[in-house]
Design a protein around this ligand. Structure first.
Ligand code: ZN
Ligand code: ZN
Length: 262
């Protein structure tokens, strides 16, 4: 499906997404719980498609729906029950703009790998049960390590427009060329972006409450990127002048910078 068709479909189904996001947010304890729920769901979706329980077009539509619903639910949670619907409305253009272009590219890649026989539908030789979810949440997932280019750490990240199918395919181990690789990337649409969107909802709330300044506190572990360290060093800045986690840094959806307000 091309980008315009994706956006068209998303626009048509917007009302459903908002309702589903509200339900999902109410079922989730907090952002981390939502992130884990969506990680589990990613596994079911990839397995479902691989094991022929859904056809390609269902898989594609499910990816579109779940990507948008989980992002909206994250904004809802971040709003801390203060006009959550209005905040979802305000966040909608950013969600569509951030998520759908890379999602379209990713789905095209997967389709190509299937057409070329690199990924085989029905092939159950890989077991997802041995994927170490805790390691993933600790930001240390082996499948992503394969794609870290020390010269340009953002090169293979999903939100990076430069991460073209050919680069990913030529990377050692090529994420997306195995079902586990597909799963790892599906999580980066459905699960990990909830952190950034939760923070967007929270930012809107803090602004309403009259906070005047913000700062980004980086995690400072071995995976923290240079951009995040730079934001951290800037200290307190006028509210709205620093980007949300996952934006303006090359960790993208895996950024776990904490935002403080005063
Ligand atoms: Zn970073
Ligand atoms: Zn960060």
């Amino acid at each position: 499906m091309d980008l315009l068709s994706m956006i068209g479909m998303a626009t048509k189904r917007r009302g459903d997404y908002f309702a589903q996001a509200e339900t999902l947010a109410k079922k989730s304890k907090d952002q981390e719980d939502l992130e884990q729920k969506m990680a589990q769901e990613s596994k079911l979706i990839v397995k479902g498609f691989r094991d022929k329980q859904m056809r390609w077009d269902e898989f594609e539509r499910t990816m579109l729906d779940k990507t948008l619903v989980s992002a909206l639910a994250a904004v809802y949670l971040g709003s801390d029950k203060a006009d959550p619907k209005l905040k979802m409305e305000k966040a909608w253009p950013a969600i569509v703009g951030d998520m759908l272009p890379p999602l379209t590219t990713f789905m095209d890649e997967v389709k190509d790998y299937i057409d070329q026989g690199i990924l085989k539908v029905g092939d159950q030789t890989e077991d997802f049960a041995d994927v170490d979810w805790n390691a993933y949440f600790d930001n240390d997932f082996e499948l992503d390590d394969v794609l870290t280019d020390p010269e340009d750490p953002g090169k293979y990240q999903i939100n990076n427009p430069a991460a073209k199918a050919s680069q990913v395919a030529s990377a050692p181990g090529g994420v997306g060329r195995t079902w586990k690789g597909v799963l790892s990337r599906v999580m980066r649409y459905l699960s990990t972006p909830t952190f950034g969107f939760f923070n967007l909802g929270r930012f809107m709330r803090k602004q309403e409450q009259g906070f005047k300044e913000m700062r980004r506190v980086a995690r400072k572990d071995k995976r923290t990127c240079i951009d995040c360290i730079n934001y951290d060093e800037q200290g307190w800045q006028p509210i709205g002048s620093l980007p949300m986690p996952g934006h303006g840094c090359r960790c993208y959806d895996r950024c776990r910078c904490h935002i403080e307000y005063r």
